[in-house]
Design a protein around this ligand. Structure first.
Ligand SMILES: Cc1cc2nc3c(=O)[nH]c(=O)nc-3n(C[C@H](O)[C@H](O)[C@H](O)COP(=O)(O)OP(=O)(O)OC[C@H]3O[C@@H](n4cnc5c(N)ncnc54)[C@H](O)[C@@H]3O)c2cc1C
Length: 454
C-alpha cells in the first residue's frame, strides 16, 4: 500500500463526489472550500441514470431518501402545450437497471457531505485557494485563506472560474457560445394545487419540456414531490458572462407570456429569480500539470451548456473514474503520472462528447418554427402512440443517446481501461469464452440480472 495525501479545491457537487471516490480508493482527502458554509444554490438538479448508479453504489441515496424523486414520464411539448414526444421513464430505468432522479441541490449536497465525512474526508470551509505551487517539487503547496497545505496530489474542482485552471492554463477563458441563458425557479406544489388551470400539471410526477422558438421551459418535481422546479431557457440581446441576481420579475413573466396557460400560470407565480449564463470551457489540450501532480475535474475542465443536464453528472463521473485510477496508485500497481495519464486519455473524449450532445439537444429544443422543427416533431410523434424506433429526435429517449449517456458507468469504464493498461494495452478476456469482461457485463451479465428481476 502507498499512502497518498490528496487536496481537492472546491466542495461543489463535483468536488464532493471526487472526495468520496478518492477516499474509497484509500487516499487521505482534504477539501478546501472558499464559501464560509457548505451548501448549494436553491434549485433542482437532475441526477440522470449515469450518476444515480454512483449515488447508489456510494450509499448517498440512503442519506437523501425521499428527497430523491422519481417521475413517471417525460412529455415533450410545443409551447402551446401540443404534445410532441414522450419517454416512459420506467422503461428506460428498467433497461438500464438504474433510476433517473430529480432532487434539490441542497439535498444532494448534504447527502454527499455526509458520506464524504463518514469516509474520513476533511472538509475545510472559508479556505479560498489563492495560489498553487506544483512545478518545483513532486508535492504541491496550496495557499489558502486558512493557511498553507502540502499535498502529494491536488484536484481542481473549483468550477467555472477555477483558480486551479488559471494557475495551470492562464490563457483559457470560459465563454458563452451564444446569447442563451437560463432562469431557475421553484414553486410550491401547494400553490399550484390551488390554481384550477395549472394544477393539472402536478396530477402525476412528470418531467415536462415546453419547446419554443429560441426558448424552452423544463419542469420536474423535487423535495419529495412538494416543489415544482423550473429551468427557463431564453436568449438575451448580448452574451451573459456572470449570474445576474434579482432580475426584474416582469422580464421573466414577459418572456413566457404566450406559453400554454397551464405553464404560464406557474411562471407567473415566480416572484424572484436570477439569470445564469451558460459558459463553455475548452475542450482543453490537457487537464493536468507537467508533473501530473495537479489535475482538473468538472466545470473547471469542461463546463458545458445545460441542455442535457450533464454538467454536474460529468463532474461526478470524472471523480468516480479518477478514484479508480488512484486506487491503483494506492495498491502500488501504477505511478501517479500513469494514473493521471489514463484519466485524461479516457475522460477527455467523454467530456467532449457530453459538451457536443448538450449543444445538440439545445439546438433541437430551440428550433425556430419551420421545416426543421416540423421534421423534429414528426419524427418524435410515434412516441405519443407508444411506438419506439431505434432513433429519435427526442434525445432524452433516443436509444443510442440513452445508452451512451445514461447507460454509461464511469467506474466500469475505469475498471476496463485499467485492466487493459495493466495487461499490456489489451483488455483481458475470459479463458473459456474469449469474451472481454466489459462485453460480458454489457450483455450476458445484464440479461441475467434482468431475468433475476422478473
Ligand atoms: C441552468 C442550469 C441547469 C443545470 N442543470 C443541471 C442538471 O440538471 N444536471 C447536471 O448534472 N448539471 C446541471 N447543470 C450544471 C451544473 O450545475 C454544473 O456543471 C456543476 O454544478 C459543476 O460542478 P463543479 O463541482 O464542477 O463546480 P461548482 O458547482 O461550480 O463548484 C465549485 C466549488 O468550488 C468552490 N470554489 C471556487 N473557487 C474556489 C477557490 N479558489 N478555493 C476554494 N474553493 C473554491 C465554489 O465555492 C464551489 O463550491 C446546470 C447548470 C445550469 C446553469
Amino acid at each position: 500500500m502507498s499512502p497518498i495525501n490528496i487536496g481537492i479545491v472546491g466542495a461543489g457537487i463535483g468536488g464532493l463526489a471526487t472526495a468520496i471516490a478518492l477516499a474509497r480508493a484509500g487516499a487521505t482527502v482534504t477539501v478546501l472550500e472558499s464559501a464560509a458554509e457548505l451548501g448549494e444554490i436553491g434549485a433542482g438538479i437532475q441526477m440522470t441514470p449515469n450518476v444515480s448508479i454512483l449515488l447508489k453504489r456510494w450509499g448517498v441515496d440512503k442519506e437523501i431518501g425521499d428527497n430523491l424523486v422519481r417521475f413517471e414520464e417525460l412529455n415533450m411539448r410545443r409551447k402551446d402545450g401540443t404534445p410532441v414526444g414522450h419517454t416512459k421513464i420506467a422503461t428506460l430505468e428498467k433497461t438500464l437497471n438504474r433510476p433517473w432522479w430529480v432532487v434539490h441541490r441542497a439535498h444532494l449536497h448534504e447527502g454527499l457531505v455526509t458520506v464524504a465525512e463518514r469516509l474520513g474526508v476533511k472538509l475545510i470551509v472559508d479556505a479560498a485557494v489563492t495560489a498553487l505551487e506544483y512545478a518545483k517539487n513532486q508535492s504541491v503547496t496550496v495557499t489558502s485563506r486558512k493557511g498553507t497545505f502540502v499535498f502529494d496530489f491536488v484536484v481542481g474542482a473549483d468550477g467555472i472560474n477555477s483558480v486551479t485552471r488559471k494557475s495551470l492554463f492562464p490563457d483559457v477563458a470560459p465563454e458563452p457560445p451564444t446569447t442563451n441563458c437560463a432562469y431557475r425557479a421553484i414553486v410550491p406544489y401547494e400553490q399550484i394545487r390551488k390554481d384550477p388551470v395549472a394544477r393539472e400539471l402536478i396530477e402525476k410526477k412528470t418531467m415536462e419540456v415546453w419547446m419554443a422558438d429560441n426558448a424552452y421551459i423544463i419542469t420536474y418535481p423535487i423535495c419529495a414531490g412538494t416543489m415544482f422546479n423550473l429551468v427557463l431557457s431564453h436568449h438575451r440581446p448580448e452574451k451573459l458572462r456572470a449570474t445576474q441576481h434579482d432580475v426584474p420579475i416582469h422580464e421573466l413573466h414577459n418572456e413566457y407570456k404566450d406559453f400554454d396557460p397551464r405553464i404560464k400560470r406557474v411562471v407567473d407565480m415566480i416572484d424572484s429569480t436570477s439569470r445564469w449564463p451558460l459558459m463553455v470551457t475548452g475542450p482543453l489540450k490537457s487537464w493536468s500539470s507537467p508533473r501530473k501532480n495537479v489535475v482538473l475535474t468538472g466545470d473547471a475542465a469542461h463546463s458545458m451548456v445545460n441542455h442535457m443536464a450533464q454538467g454536474a453528472a460529468t463532474a461526478m463521473e470524472d471523480g468516480a473514474f479518477l478514484g479508480k485510477c488512484i486506487a491503483k496508485v494506492v495498491e502500488g500497481k501504477l505511478r501517479l503520472d500513469e494514473a493521471v495519464d489514463i484519466y485524461e486519455k479516457e475522460r477527455m473524449p467523454k467530456a467532449f462528447a457530453k459538451q457536443q450532445v448538450s449543444f445538440l439537444n439545445g439546438a433541437i429544443w430551440h428550433l425556430p418554427d419551420g421545416p426543421a422543427q416540423q421534421a423534429r416533431d414528426a419524427v418524435m410523434a410515434p412516441e405519443l402512440q407508444g411506438q419506439y424506433y431505434v432513433k429519435s429526435s427526442n434525445l432524452y429517449g433516443d436509444p443510442k443517446t440513452v445508452l451512451d449517456v445514461y447507460g454509461y458507468d464511469a467506474e466500469q469504464h475505469a475498471d476496463t481501461a485499467l485492466a487493459a493498461l495493466l495487461n499490456g494495452g489489451r483488455e483481458p478476456v475470459d479463458a473459456n469464452t474469449g469474451i472481454a469482461k466489459s462485453l460480458e457485463d454489457e450483455f450476458i451479465n445484464w440479461f441475467q440480472a434482468e431475468k433475476a428481476k422478473l
